[in-house]
Design a protein around this ligand. Structure first.
Ligand code: FAD
Length: 77
């Protein structure tokens, strides 16, 4: 039976952990985040100064893990 893992927060740390575990079918992973998208903080200033759109530094979790059988996403606090 697969071991269940809950990851709180889909920032750099949570996302990388979920990606790694996605190749290990012995784990059933649930990623939880208050937002339904991952975003890339280092480029926030580019958004703040209107050089790029917010959509350029954010990406929906569900799209990121599409096709992965053992990772699911919940939007929650
Ligand atoms: C403007 C800026 C520029 C940066 N530039 C660089 C850089 O150039 N190089 C570099 O190495 N680092 C940089 N950093 C630092 C880097 O972004 C952080 O070190 C890194 O994002 C931390 O990763 P993390 O996964 O620990 O947390 P985060 O990336 O902050 O992720 C936390 C996640 O948890 C979620 N969350 C928070 N609270 C809850 C809750 N109660 N319930 C559910 N989900 C929750 C958030 O929505 C978020 O998705 C920068 C940071 C900022 C703000």
């Amino acid at each position: 039976m697969a071991k269940k893992i809950i990851i709180a927060g889909g920032g750099f740390a949570g996302l990388n952990l979920a990606k790694r575990l996605s190749h290990m079918p012995q784990f059933e992973v649930t990623l939880v985040d208050v937002h339904n998208y991952h975003f890339f903080p280092p480029l926030l200033y580019q958004v703040a100064t209107a050089f790029i759109e917010p959509s350029n530094i954010s990406y929906p979790f569900r799209k990121l893990f599409q096709g992965y059988q053992n990772v699911r996403f919940f939007m929650a606090d």
